[in-house]
Structures are given as structure tokens and as C-alpha cells.
Design a protein around this ligand. Structure first.
Ligand code: GCU
Length: 611
């Protein structure tokens, strides 16, 4: 098998460590690092994740908890490798729980996976490569992720049996490896599991059901005593949940939380609940209101080991959405922010899309203390570069940094990530700029002003202006000859009322609504005059032309690096850019023609719009 790339840990070869715990591993990393090092002393003690780095006469001392020193050693080596000043002082991870969710199925496929097959499953078995598993753990620890769920939130047979003796002995082996890296397992469970194991119901208020989960959970913890907890997708996209039994989501979550409580486990409950069988003719239902409507009123009713996991936007990981209003609500409930590294709607790890600037936009309106934990849908698989696109791996790196610091730090992570991957300074500088521009370029050609959903149905790569327009998923833009978008202010679905002030008023008024979100919150006439004096229609045209040009510029910048970086990496990404530019052209032409046909109004600048 081809050796995978070193990615953002270039200073370490692939190896299976002798270390038995994180603190020993920190020392072993120093021994094995392939770079000249000053004297580094490691002082470990206790279970903490915090660390401090101090310079000494001959070098540095890294001290902290067992996992803390592992993080500290990686931070030190990163700085030394890129020859930048070492950041001395104390560091404590901002979010105590920093999770990755794989959407891997046990047949080896990955739902919304663009990086090859699963690293953990094949042919309905747990199957893994020992070197890769250690490297994967090393990557996670180097960027600070401390909990990982290997199986898909859509728990298909036989993944429902991961909590049984069919699979626990094998799962334990993975837990034992990842523990060395400070990473705990989470298991995605199926709410209806008791009904396939001797009970006629999975009603959370039925004592027999509660007992079943208690017994099963005790079994799980006998194999994996430090399991971080269960992850649950319930009453969502045809999955069973409390509603199936006439119960609310606090009743459902608390029953499972009680089973986990004696073992210190968390119940991570996803809030992706909406009507996925909507009639498009119905204007009363507005999908982005759903999560708030389902959960906000339950504040205070969840047990203290329940964490509600909420997607960053109220729709579904579109290029740009308003921040989910649920993230601002429920002050007495623990919440986790969920972002998606897997580029489902952002270019399938074919088109370049660095996410930290997008997270910056989220954190600009949602202060970090609104959530107590953070999670990302993973973007890695068994491909040679882990992420399908070499540069997409930096989204994983950037996510770890966000989880550790509570700050997206787009510039800093783009610069650091590029330097870790490319030794040549000029190449690193170019890649940094490309990363920082990439998500704006993609947004320009793929999603005008927060409209979203003009994607190929099912696949979600490439353009289809009305692919979801007459479907059941609640994802409509209702474009006609004079206007586009759904009115979500008080004169429409009133979704804006779900936000606290001052956001509520800001978004409700078409004149104060940030323009990049205009079509997310409002139905707008094409002749609406934007802040710079151009009409909405003209801006839609302009953005799409600019996006296509932007994609070509990114490509040209990449091609300029030929000879400066490893040839295999150069060629792989060169091929991706060919596809990206073709994709951008299709988006630009299709969307512009779509609106031209609706309006009959040509581009002011006389550029070619096909009819
Ligand atoms: C999206 C995605 C699904 C996924 C779901 C989820 O709808 O397309 O593949 O299962 O999100 O987050 O649960």
C-alpha cells in the first residue's frame, strides 16, 4: 500500500510507538523527530490537557498533564520546524470536548466522503491498518482533537451492533491505540435498537427500555472504560426517535444519559430535526425554523451529561447561512457547535475551500462562550493524502486549532498549515493566500448572497438551479420573474424572531441585513438596489463572473509553483484545479442564464450570458 503523506506533521516519520501512554509518547516523539532539536525536557503529571512551554538555558521544558505534554511537544515542534518563535507560557484547550464525527459505514463506504474508503471498516467488519491508525491518532493529537466517533450518525446494520459483543472486542483495540494519543471513542447508536433485541418498543419512558440500555451500556464500558459517550441522530431523516413513541427529546435523551452517567459518559444528541417530507406548495413550513422550534422550549429539561449538537447553520452546511439561532438559545443546556469538514456542499474536496474564514464569520456573530463543546464531520479516508485533496487536510488542522483556542484564527492557521506542508517559503506564502481566498471564490460562483441549494440533488456537487425546488426537503428559493428567496422577516415566516437582539432587528430589516446573507433572510426583487448602487441581479451576474475568474486565478497560482514542490503533490492538485475551473464555469453560466431567462435583463457590462 502506498505510504500516505505526512501532511501537517512533517517532522515525524510514520511509526508504531513503544509508548504506553500520552506522556511517554511525548518523549518518544522527541526521540524520533526528524529535525535538529535543542534540549527538551518533558515534565508530565496528572490527567490534564493543559501544558506550558518555557525556555531554559539549553532549550525548553514542556510541562503539564499527560495529554497536555503531548500537545505541548507538538506545539513546540511545529514552531521549531517552521523556524518561528516558540510561544512560551501556559495553554489550556478552550473546549473540553473536541470531537470528530466520521460518517463511515461498516461496508467501508463513507457517507459524504470524498477521500476514499473508511479507515476503520470494510465488508461489515472492523478492519484497519495498524500504521495508519497510529498515524491517524498522531494527527488528531497534534491538532488537539480528543474524541472521535468512527461510525455514521445514520446507523445502518450491522453498525447498530457495535455496542454488542459482536464488535466490542475489536473496537476496544482501536480505543486502546487512540487512548495513547489522548483520543477517546464515541459510538453512534440507533435509538430503536431495543426493538431488535427482544423488546417490542424503544419508548424511552418504558422501564424495560431503560434497563436494556443500562445493561448494554455497562457491557460497552467493560470493554472501553473511557468511552466519551454516545452520539444520537433521532427523529431525523427517517431515523427513529422519541417522537416515534409520542415522547419529547428531553425524555429520549435523558433516558440514555442516565445509562451513561455512572461511567462518566456524555450523551451527544443531534438537533438536525426537521420535516423531510415537505410539500413544496406549502409556504407555512420554513425548514430553518425547525431546530429552534423543536428544542428551545426544552431548555433546562436535559440532564447535565447531555450535550445538544447543533449545526452551524439552521439549514444544512450550506456555503453561507445565518448562524443557527438555537446556538444563542437554551442557556441552561450544554451545546456543541457542529461544522462539516467533509465538503458536501463546498466542492467535494475537488474544489479548494479552506474553512477557517467561514468559521470566522460564525464566531463574529456567535461568541465562543455560547457553546461548551465543538464537533466536526470528518473529511478523511484511506486516500494517499488522507483528505482526497492535499490542501483539504488543512481543514482538519484548522479545526483542531479552533477547538483548542476557541478562535478560528484564519490567517494564522492558513500560514502555519501552508508552512508545515511546503518547505519552500514562496510556495507556502502562495498557498496561504490561495487558502484564504478559496472559500470566497467558491461562494462567488456557487451561492449568491446566502441563497444556497442550487446543487445537483443527492450528489451535492455541481450546479442545478431547480434541482431541489419541487422536492420534499424544504429547500426552496422560489425564484420567479421579479424576485428570489424566502421572506424570513416578520412579514414572512418570521424566522428572524428566533434570534436575540440586536441580531433579530438587524436580520429582519432588508436595509440592515448584511448583504452576504440577503437572500438567506429575504425575498428580494431583482431590481433591489444594493449598497454599492448596483441591482441585486447585476450583483448576481458580477459575483458569478468574478467567481469563475477567481477559480482561474487560483489555478494559475498553483501552476506557478511547478518545480517548487514535490511533483506528485503538484500534479494531484493540478488535476483538481482542472475540474474546479470546469465546475466554476458551469456554475457561472448556468446560474447567470437562469436569472437572465427569468428577467430578460442583460448584463450591464455586456459579457456573454447564454440564452
Ligand atoms: C445532510 C447530509 C446527510 C447527513 C445529514 C446529517 O442531510 O446530506 O448525508 O446524513 O446531513 O447531518 O445527519
Amino acid at each position: 500500500m502506498e505510504q500516505k503523506i505526512r501532511g501537517f506533521i512533517p517532522y515525524l516519520p510514520f511509526f508504531i510507538p513503544e509508548a504506553k501512554n500520552s506522556a511517554e509518547l511525548a518523549g518518544e516523539i522527541l526521540d524520533r523527530a526528524e529535525m535538529a532539536l535543542p534540549e527538551v525536557k518533558v515534565l508530565a503529571g496528572g490527567a490534564g490537557e493543559g501544558y506550558s512551554i518555557r525556555s531554559t538555558a539549553g532549550g525548553y521544558t514542556v510541562s503539564g498533564g499527560d495529554t497536555g505534554v503531548l500537545y505541548g511537544v507538538h506545539a513546540l515542534l511545529r514552531s521549531l520546524y517552521v523556524k518561528e518563535p516558540v510561544r512560551e507560557g501556559e495553554a489550556v484547550p478552550y473546549y473540553p470536548l473536541r470531537m470528530l464525527n466520521h460518517w463511515d459505514n461498516m461496508d467501508g463506504s463513507v457517507e459524504r466522503g470524498y477521500a476514499g474508503l473508511s479507515l476503520f471498516f470494510r465488508n461489515d467488519r472492523i478492519t484497519w491498518n495498524e500504521t495508519d491508525m497510529h498515524r491517524y491518532g498522531m494527527m488528531l493529537s497534534s491538532t488537539g482533537i480528543n474524541a472521535v466517533c468512527l461510525n455514521n450518525v445514520n446507523v445502518h446494520f450491522p453498525a447498530d451492533r457495535l455496542i454488542t459483543e459482536d464488535f466490542l472486542p475489536e473496537l476496544k483495540k482501536i480505543a486502546d491505540i487512540l487512548r495513547i494519543y489522548g483520543v477517546k471513542l464515541i459510538i453512534s447508536i440507533d435509538f430503536s435498537m431495543p426493538t431488535r433485541n427482544g423488546l417490542d418498543t424503544a419508548d424511552p419512558l418504558d422501564e424495560r427500555v431503560a434497563r436494556w440500555w443500562e445493561k448494554q451500556t455497562a457491557l460497552v464500558y467493560s470493554y472501553i472504560p473511557d468511552l466519551a459517550g454516545y452520539l444520537v441522530k433521532a427523529d431525523s431523516e427517517h431515523r427513529a426517535g422519541p417522537y416515534t413513541y409520542g415522547r419529547n427529546h428531553a425524555e429520549g435523551a435523558n433516558m440514555l444519559a442516565k445509562a451513561l452517567k455512572p461511567f462518566g459518559g456524555k450523551l451527544i444528541w443531534r438537533c438536525f430535526v426537521y420535516d423531510c417530507g415537505q410539500d413544496w406548495r406549502n409556504h407555512e413550513i420554513d425548514r430553518p425554523k425547525a431546530a429552534y422550534d423543536n428544542y428551545a422550549w426544552l431548555d433546562g429539561q436535559f440532564d447535565d451529561n447531555v450535550i445538544l449538537q447543533i449545526k452551524n447553520g439552521p439549514y444544512d452546511f450550506q456555503v453561507r447561512e445565518g448562524v443557527s439561532p438555537l446556538l444563542f438559545a437554551m442557556p441552561s443546556t450544554q451545546k456543541a457547535l457542529e461544522v462539516q469538514l467533509a465538503q458536501e456542499y463546498t466542492g467535494h474536496q475537488i474544489d479548494l475551500f479552506f474553512m477557517a474564514p467561514q468559521w470566522q464569520d460564525i464566531y463574529d456573530v456567535m461568541p465562543k462562550d455560547k457553546v461548551q463543546a465543538i464537533c466536526a464531520v470528518a473529511n478523511v479516508g484511506d486516500s494517499v493524502n488522507w483528505a482526497g485533496h492535499d490542501l483539504a487536510l488543512l481543514n482538519l488542522y484548522a479545526f483542531g486549532s479552533l477547538a483548542m483556542t476557541g478562535e478560528p484564527r484564519a490567517e494564522e492557521t492558513a500560514a502555519a498549515g501552508a508552512k508545515l506542508m511546503f518547505e519552500d517559503r514562496e510556495a507556502a506564502e502562495t498557498v496561504k493566500d490561495m487558502l484564504l481566498r478559496s472559500c470566497r471564490v467558491y461562494e462567488d460562483y456557487a451561492s449568491p448572497f446566502g441563497l444556497g441549494w442550487m446543487v445537483t440533488p443527492g450528489l451535492h456537487y455541481g450546479v442545478s438551479c431547480e434541482g431541489y425546488e419541487y422536492d420534499v426537503w424544504g429547500t426552496y428559493h422560489r425564484a420567479n420573474f421579479e424576485a428570489v428567496g424566502i421572506e424570513r422577516g416578520p412579514g414572512g415566516t418570521d424566522m428572524t424572531s428566533q434570534y436575540p437582539e440586536p441580531l433579530r432587528s438587524l436580520y429582519a430589516d432588508i436595509d440592515t441585513c448584511p448583504e452576504e446573507l440577503l437572500l438567506f433572510f429575504h425575498r428580494v426583487r431583482y431590481d433591489h438596489v444594493m449598497k454599492d448602487g448596483r441591482t441585486l441581479l447585476q450583483r448576481i451576474y458580477d459575483n458569478h463572473f468574478r467567481g469563475y475568474e477567481g477559480a482561474k486565478e487560483l489555478q494559475a497560482r498553483w501552476l506557478s509553483l511547478e518545480g517548487r514542490i514535490a511533483e506528485d503533490v503538484f500534479l494531484r492538485i493540478r488535476d483538481k484545479f482542472e475540474l474546479q475551473v470546469a465546475n466554476a464555469r458551469r456554475w457561472c453560466d448556468t446560474v447567470n442564464t437562469y436569472f437572465y431567462r427569468h428577467t430578460g435583463i442583460p448584463d450591464e457590462q455586456g459579457r456573454k450570458i447564454w440564452d
